[in-house]
Design a protein around this ligand. Structure first.
Ligand code: PLP
Length: 423
């Protein structure tokens, strides 16, 4: 069981058997409100017939063809559609199988780009404390959540971390804190010791899995400036923030800062089939492809399931739902209602901070002995009360599907209030 207390689970398994809209049903027939869109991926709600039918149709047409040396019209059509919603000249798409793979791919493209332009000395990667960039070795190395790293050795060499953006004076700030842009200057500090050897800096526009840290005003702008000044590529890991979570297609749009590379995954297929992607700027694509010998492979990287036809079909059907139902705009409309509901929990003794942006919220709880014990206890009690959310350590994360109604948001807040008040 991934990221699960296995022994606990085997004593009292939580087995889901069905899902529809914003609800799951478990093996006992209990109805459970999905307060976390699956794992931040089921943005359009569960069991969408459009996706189901597209996948079924695709299985009867072209079940699989490799994407090494072959392509399909649909994978190029999906790339075209994605490049329409990615900002600026992030117009080239490389498909992967998950968010973790997208992160690895983005780091490798960054290194390959510098090499292609004759700057092979740019080999260092910069991540941020408290970041989550998946579970593979590259992503784990640039991640900054200690518990996720401690059992797995030292990671990649040449990796550095800048400071996270949580400041005690910003507690209980809805959306972006006014104070804290200066934290981006930590990248400049690294430039002073590493000189021109830094290839890329990767950040989540809003750090998700650590408990939702919203960037202070001016912070991402300052990171962009420092990267430009020193020839460092800026990578946004939009695996959670992509596809409307913050009320715009991507976090880059929300905060008006365009990175050089952007990862996406999760909601790209509404969570039902595994897929990720990396969007790169035209200039990066051009530099890498033109540096290779004519007629030969330019980037020695890819996955057996890259752009698998069935997954592409699911992604195309998903993107069509987002457009037709205006779900990114809907997220923007619902966000004030959602955030007000979360912030109504301020004042409960166990709640030490609340943060949020768009349809993504985080609540810190006062620890109970060992870190993570209280978070897990609360997670279990909420599940028993009929609400599924995510906990990391002693932080709770709430991110309902973008189709959520006000009545569902009220139910989320009521359940949280009931469980948290009892502590
Ligand atoms: N990057 C970010 C920002 C994430 O939040 C996640 C997963 O939560 C990942 C990468 C890894 O994605 P996956 O679990 O699909 O490998």
């Amino acid at each position: 069981m991934p990221f699960t207390a296995n022994r606990d689970f085997k004593i009292a398994p939580r087995l889901q058997t069905r899902a529809e809209g914003v609800y799951y049903w478990n093996e006992h027939g209990d109805k459970i409100l999905d307060g976390c869109s699956g794992l931040f991926n089921v943005a359009a709600g569960h069991n969408r017939p459009e996706i189901r039918e597209a996948v079924y149709r695709q299985l009867g047409e072209l079940d699989y063809a490799p994407h090494f040396q072959l392509g399909s019209p649909d994978s190029f059509e999906l790339a075209r559609q994605l490049s329409e919603i990615t900002p600026g000249d992030l117009n080239h798409i490389f498909y992967t199988c998950s968010g973790s793979d997208a992160v690895e791919t983005s780091l490798k493209i960054a290194l390959a780009y510098h090499r292609a332009r004759g700057e092979s000395h740019r080999v260092r990667l910069v991540g941020r404390e408290r970041a989550y960039h998946g579970v593979n070795f590259g992503g784990l190395s640039v991640s900054g959540i200690g518990r996720n790293k401690e059992a797995f050795g030292v990671g990649l060499p040449g990796v550095h971390h800048i400071a996270h953006t949580w400041l005690p004076e910003n507690r209980f700030t809805k959306e972006q804190p006014e104070y804290g842009a200066h934290l981006a200057n930590d990248l400049e500090r690294l430039v002073q010791t590493c000189g021109d050897t830094i290839a890329a800096c990767i950040v989540e526009p809003v750090a998700g899995s650590t408990g939702v840290l919203v960037p202070p005003k001016g912070y991402l702008e300052r990171l962009r400036e420092i990267c430009d000044l020193h020839g460092i590529l800026l990578i946004f890991d939009e695996v959670i923030t992509g596809f409307g979570r913050l009320g715009a297609p991507f976090g880059a749009d929300t905060f008006s800062v365009t990175p050089d590379l952007m990862t996406m995954a999760k909601a790209i297929t509404n969570g039902c089939l595994p897929m990720g992607a990396v969007a790169t700027k035209d200039s990066i694509y051009k530099t890498i492809t033109e540096a290779a010998d004519e007629g030969l492979i330019e980037l020695f990287h890819g996955y057996t399931q890259s752009a698998a036809p069935v997954v592409v079909a699911a992604a195309l059907a998903t993107q069509e739902i987002y457009r037709r139902e205006g779900l990114f705009e809907r997220a923007q409309t619902m966000a004030p209602i959602f955030l007000d509901a979360l912030f109504s929990l301020k004042g409960l003794p166990v709640v030490t901070d609340i943060r949020g942006y768009g349809m993504l919220g985080g609540i810190d709880l006062a620890p109970d002995g060992k870190v993570g014990r209280r978070g897990h206890q609360v997670y279990l009690r909420l599940y028993e009360a009929g609400l599924q959310i995510k906990s990391t350590g002693d932080a709770l994360m709430i991110a309902p599907p973008l189709i959520v109604e006000s009545s569902h948001i009220e139910m989320i807040a009521e359940n949280l209030k009931k469980v948290l008040s009892a502590i």
